[in-house]
Design a binder for this molecule. Sequence first.
Ligand SMILES: N[C@@H](CCC(=O)N[C@@H](CS)C(=O)NCC(=O)O)C(=O)O
Length: 221
Amino acid sequence: MKLHWSPRSPFVRKVMIVLKEIGFEDRVELTRNVVALHMPTPEAVLIDNPLGKIPTLVTDAGKPLYDSRVVCEYLDGLAQGGLFPSDPDARMDHLCWQSLGDGMTDILLLWRTELSRPTGAWASVTDAWRVKIRAGMRALEADAERLSEGPLGIGQISVVCTLGQLDFRWSDCDWRTHFPSLAAFHDRMLLRRSVRDTVPADDNVADNVADITAGHLWFDA
Ligand SMILES: N[C@@H](CCC(=O)N[C@@H](CS)C(=O)NCC(=O)O)C(=O)O
């Protein structure tokens, strides 16, 4: 299989954590791609995913699969890894955590792009995103004990990628002070090799977006 990949992508990270958890790491060839909303989409990605996004997986049969939710579920199904529980209640918990985590990650990515807009960011939109990220963090803090105690599933994987994105691109937001149970959950997740080995890293491929998020996301006492 081939995976359109980047070490900086929180959505690719979900797939990488799943691959490591199910022991399929060696079955996938990683292809480095630089994708960003404000840049021309690489042809190699566009051929496999008309949306031009990563992660995109090409199966051994040559079938392209996207997005991270589909790719993670496909891989987990192949391995019967149990990361998407079959019990309906547990499954909905995990799918909802995934929706919240992925939705917050989407906002964090769009927000950073908006901040780089040459004519200036649209303040009403970024203000609304701040409200949503704060609400999302409160919801996750309320669920942190269940996230920490339950068996690993796609819900925890998605949420840890959102928190990792805060550390990677919003490092001054000090989320741990305001969400201590979530911080404990994050520490616990870092005990897993799959999580530790996939912490986002900047490999210095230019994407023309300077580090411009400082001072834009904070949490009230
Ligand atoms: N919903 C998608 C989101 C993927 C996504 O936004 N990936 C980013 C990189 S982290 C991307 O490809 N951005 C380029 C673009 O949106 O054109 C998923 O879960 O895979």
